[in-house]
Design a protein around this ligand. Structure first.
Ligand SMILES: CC(C)(COP(=O)(O)OP(=O)(O)OC[C@H]1O[C@@H](n2cnc3c(N)ncnc32)[C@H](O)[C@@H]1OP(=O)(O)O)[C@@H](O)C(=O)NCCC(=O)NCCS
Length: 396
């Protein structure tokens, strides 16, 4: 008989080991460094005869949503040991966790999926997308003449906590799907063991300064003759152009890769020969509307309108039903309704439309939204439209 409960402080290390094992790793960080960042009341562990065989966690975080920001449960550490897979352990944990997040009053949950086939059954939908890029050096010329006003300087990892968090904030301000990194995460990055290692593969930080102000930064690694951009954040167009130019022009490099770029990144439009940029898209963050009514009320809407949405949600009975949404750029109201719906859809698909990652029209073409009132798809598209596509540049 398997027991499910939170872990005690004494069981914390065993819980981390079980997670690492499930991912095929050995624990490679000091558990005591991690301990202060876990509220064990939010942990879940499944025990078989006193041994932890599965676990999950959720961090309380803030995420940007269109026109606002929201408290969100950042679901992590989901793992079932290979000795106990495919007998419903994860399912039990996910059901328990969704109820727990609901009881805490957190309207949204997010996670990063190792495999994209798993989480839709629990009501999660793709909340943001990103692109992976590769480009050969000879094709990195810009379409328009370019001259940098500022300068690029290397930043010692010890100093990244000074100015980079503000650049991150400024460059992601209007974009949904972004989690602001907590100060302790910047500190952890600044003290990461890899900075102390010699040899290739370490992470470099370079910043763009203009008139004494830091307007952008890039973090990258060199792998052979490839420069791999880990993160590039620019608060101005000058910083953006200068930082990419810097990456492309580093000596001895003949290829640049970028791991996670927004799908509406300006760089492809800046290139003289854009076809040479190889782009592949994949799911980024997965989103779960834990409380549909609260979520619909929280965000702002591009166009003022009123819609009745009928939502299907087998796991959360409080989400099943019709929601009359009235929204604008100023705010929104949302209440239970008994009038006939304009659109009918599953909670996982509403999650994908919620931040603006996909339009209702595209979901309808995929057979996932039923338009009951003619014209409602287009009205919903206009209401939920966003200026910048959702992007989640880093995991929590
Ligand atoms: C992924 C993982 C958590 C699944 O745990 P589990 O206890 O085996 O999952 P369950 O038995 O509850 O399976 C629930 C459903 O998901 C399906 N499923 C689970 N893992 C799957 C996978 N990797 N690929 C395809 N389907 C999967 C099951 O077949 C089952 O389907 P059903 O409801 O139609 O019967 C576990 O295999 C694991 O820890 N893997 C390694 C680490 C990992 O990938 N963690 C996830 C990080 S996001």
């Amino acid at each position: 008989m398997l027991e499910m409960r939170t872990v005690t402080a004494d069981e914390f290390v065993q819980w981390l080991h079980a997670e690492a094992r499930a991912h095929g790793n050995r624990l490679d960080v000091d558990p005591e460094v991690l301990r202060p960042h876990f509220d064990l009341d939010r942990s879940i562990a499944v025990f078989d005869q006193g041994n932890i065989v599965g676990g999950a966690y959720s961090h309380r975080l803030e995420m940007s949503i269109p026109g606002a920001s929201a408290v969100i449960a950042g679901v992590a550490n989901i793992a079932v040991q290979p000795t106990h897979t495919r007998r419903g352990v994860m399912t039990r944990m996910m059901h328990h966790q969704i109820n727990d997040i609901h009881e805490r009053g957190e309207p949204l949950a997010a996670l990063f999926a190792r495999e994209s086939v798993i989480y839709r059954r629990f009501g999660y939908g793709i909340g943001s997308l990103h692109e992976r890029w590769t480009i050969d050096r000879q094709y990195t010329g810009y379409a328009r003449p370019y001259e940098s006003r500022g300068r690029i300087v290397f930043v010692d990892p010890i100093d990244i906590t000074k100015e980079l968090p503000e650049v991150f904030r400024r460059s992601t301000m209007d974009r949904p799907g972004v989690f602001q990194r907590a100060p302790h995460q910047w500190e952890r990055d600044s003290q990461a063991p890899e900075h102390k290692q010699g040899g290739p593969g370490g992470l470099f930080y370079a910043a763009y300064e203009d008139g004494g102000r830091v307007d952008g930064y890039v973090t990258y690694r060199i792998r052979g003759t490839t420069l791999v951009v880990n993160e590039l954040m620019a608060a101005t167009t000058e910083a953006n152009a200068a930082l990419w130019r810097f990456c492309f022009d580093v000596d001895l490099i003949n290829c640049t890769e970028a791991l996670k770029r927004p799908v509406d990144d300006p760089l492809p439009w800046m290139l003289a020969d854009p076809r040479r940029l190889q782009r592949s898209t994949r799911d980024g963050m997965w989103l779960r509307l834990i409380d549909v009514g609260a979520c619909l009320k929280l965000r702002r809407y591009m166009q003022s309108d009123r819609l009745v949405l009928e939502v299907k949600d087998e796991l959360c009975p409080w989400n099943e039903g019709r929601f009359e949404l009235e929204g604008s750029t100023e705010g929104a109201t949302c209440r239970a309704s008994s009038t006939s719906p304009d659109l009918v859809l599953a909670v996982s698909d509403l999650a994908s439309a919620y931040l603006g990652t996909v339009s209702f029209s595209a979901l309808s073409q995929a057979g996932l939204v039923d338009e009951r009132t003619p014209g409602a798809l287009l009205r919903a598209d206009r209401m939920f439209a966003v200026r910048y596509q959702p992007w989640t540049p880093h995991n929590f």
